[in-house]
Structure formats: structure tokens, C-alpha cells
Design a protein around this ligand. Structure first.
Ligand code: HSE
Length: 339
């Protein structure tokens, strides 16, 4: 049976997952017998559309590229009504991240789960601020809540810890958790100005809708909170994570690091101490070039999990981007379909 999907937020990631599904439909059908139909899309720029038999996604992608509103299957239903009333099995919540209130994404997730629909999201708002409540709602309604795309895009992190690393206890997670800032720091080292590097990061779809979230460290702080609560089982509030971004790093700092055989990286860390105390932080650090993390450049991220049974396990991969994050949505959709 086809998986019926609704996409809430047709921005970088929303369009990215649609492009992937179109491009890989034959592969997905042959390899996993996976078939899908996108029945609803909601977007504050392009409008809300619904067709229970499936929308014309190629035309919608062209319209979005031309910054034109959708013209076919237009509905007057607002987002929450559409989520509740449409015939989707899975709602992909891909609106902008708001790490202060979580809105409007939390409301979208609640509406989906309450109406018996699974949720897949790369939105850090619901995951960092309300995961426990939303997971309880998902369990109560016997549906799934999948959030792989909230941390390090499609590079497996949440699924890695819940799958292959499931038998390990993880007492520390440390690494580069934001693609935009790692890209900016990498480009500044090559001589580009901070402002130009940020502009390129925005053009490439790495940065948040409001890039303050990246450069001030708030995006990485959201991810540290998600990792602490979901992977390490703590009860951390986002405000418990100390946070400093990269806005104070100048070309002079970068030159100074070079002289010291080091490189600036924005490092996120959460650690469970022996006495049970949790330490969590985001801050720029001068990392010696001899350290493996120092060689991770551009929008690539890297995370080291310190475990009881395996010691340190490090994963390196894309941390941001249209198809890189779209891929995370695909893995969650497939996992729900296989259930
Ligand atoms: N803006 C984020 C980053 C996107 O640069 O890492 C992925 O969460």
C-alpha cells in the first residue's frame, strides 16, 4: 500500500525530500517495494494544497523555483485543519525552527499525533523543547515520531544510537554540530570574509531561516539538548546548555590559531559525570591540528560517542543541506513504512 504523505513547509528541506522521492521512486519501489503519494502540502509562501489522490509535485517544484504560488488543488484549510483532515499516514513537519517557543511546529506535531498520524521532522523546535510530551502522545496513539533530521542532517545519529549502538551506554557526546559555522570558519581560513561566507552558506541551504541561530550557537545548543535527552536519557532544558557562538571570532583569531598549529571549531558537548551530574555546552575551541576533528571542514559535521562497551565511536558526514537533510526524512519515512 502506498504511504500517504503530507509536507508542512515547502522550503529547502520540503523541496529536497520531494526531489529525492521523485528521483529515487524506481529504486525505492524495486528495493523496498516502497510507494508513496504526496497528498497535502502547506506553505506560508506558496499556499496550501490537498488532493487525496496525490498532488502534481513536479509542477509544484517548478512553481516554487519561480517563487509562484501553487495554482492546482488549492485548499482554504489552515495548517492544523489540513493536518487533521487530510488522508495522510505521515506528516513531515518541515517548517522553520523556532527554538524559543517551538511554534508553530509543536502545534503541527500535536495535531498530527492526536489525529493518529505519524510525524517525521527535521525541526529542532519540537525535538529540543517538547520531545517527551510528543513521544508520549505518539505512543498513546500508536504512531511514530521520528526525528533523525534534527541532528547532523541525514548522517545517522539518532537512528545509529537507537539501532547499531543500542546496547551501549553513552556517557559523552562531543563534536561539530553545525554545518553553517563550520563552513564559515573553513572559508575564513581560506581568506573569505565572515559576511561573504555566511551569504554562501545561506545560498547553499545550510543556514537556518534566521542565521542568528547558527552563528550564535543556538542551533548547536538545540542539538546538544536533543542528544542529551533522547540519546543519553537525561532531562535537560535547553537553557541548561551554556552557549557561545562564533561571532567574536575574527580573521586575527584564525591567524593566531594557525600559528599555534590549531583551528577554531564550534564544539557542542554533553557529558554525564560519575556523580550523575550533566555538563552541556556549546563554545568555539581552538582544536590542535593533530586532533581528528580539526580536519573536518566545510558543512561536514563530526560527533564522537563515548560508550561503555566500544569506547569512542565517531561519525563524520554532511551536517546541513537540501538533499542531505531531505535524506534524513527519507530514512524515517522508510523506517515507518517497513514497520
Ligand atoms: N543550520 C543548520 C546547520 C542546519 O548549519 O547545521 C542543520 O541543522
Amino acid at each position: 500500500m502506498k504511504q500517504k504523505i503530507a509536507i508542512i513547509g515547502f522550503g529547502t528541506v520540503g523541496q529536497g525530500i520531494c526531489e529525492i522521492l521523485l528521483k529515487k521512486s524506481n529504486f525505492l519501489k524495486t528495493k523496498y517495494q516502497y510507494e508513496y503519494s504526496i497528498v497535502a502540502v502547506a506553505d506560508m509562501v506558496y499556499g496550501n494544497v490537498f488532493n487525496p489522490e496525490g498532488l502534481n509535485i513536479p509542477t509544484m517544484l517548478e512553481q516554487a523555483k519561480a517563487r509562484q504560488k501553487f495554482t492546482k488543488d488549492v485548499t482554504t484549510m489552515d495548517n492544523v485543519t489540513l493536518i487533521k483532515e487530510c488522508n495522510a499516514d505521515v506528516i513531515c513537519e518541515l517548517t522553520f525552527t523556532d527554538l524559543k517557543t517551538g511554534g508553530p511546529a509543536i502545534e503541527h506535531c500535536r495535531a498530527a499525533l492526536e489525529s493518529g498520524k505519524s510525524v517525521v521532522t527535521s525541526n529542532k523546535g519540537p525535538a529540543a523543547l517538547k520531545y517527551a510530551e510528543l513521544k508520549a502522545l505518539a505512543d498513546k496513539n500508536e504512531v511514530s515520531l521520528k526525528i533523525e533530521g534534527t541532528v547532523v542532517a541525514g548522517t545517522p545519529v539518532i537512528n545509529l544510537t537507537e539501532g547499531p549502538l543500542a546496547g551501549c551506554e553513552i556517557h559523552k557526546i562531543r563534536g561539530i554540530l553545525n554545518g553553517t559555522t563550520n563552513f564559515i570558519l573553513s572559508e575564513m581560513e581560506k581568506g573569505m570574509s565572515y559576511n561573504d561566507a555566511l551569504k554562501v552558506a545561506q545560498e547553499k541551504g545550510y543556514a537556518e531561516a534566521d542565521p542568528t541561530g547558527d552563528v550564535e550557537g543556538y542551533d548547536a545548543r538545540g542539538k546538544v539538548t536533543i542528544l542529551a535527552n533522547i540519546v543519553m536519557g537525561t532531562k535537560l532544558d535547553i537553557s541548561d546548555v551554556s552557549c557561545k557562538g562564533i561571532t567574536s571570532i575574527t580573521s586575527a583569531h584564525i591567524e593566531e590559531a594557525k600559528k599555534q598549529n590549531a583551528r577554531w571549531k564550534l564544539i557542542g558537548c554533553v557529558e554525564k559525570k560519575d556523580d550523575g551530574k550533566i555538563l552541556a555546552s556549546v563554545a568555539p575551541e581552538m582544536v590542535p591540528l593533530s586532533h581528528p576533528i580539526a580536519g573536518v571542514m566545510g558543512a561536514t559535521n563530526a560527533l564522537t560517542f563515548s560508550t561503555d562497551l566500544l569506547g569512542d565511536v565517531t561519525i563524520v558526514g554532511p551536517g546541513a543541506g537540501r538533499h542531505e537533510t531531505g535524506f534524513a526524512i527519507l530514512t524515517d519515512l522508510l523506517n515507518i513504512y517497513k514497520k
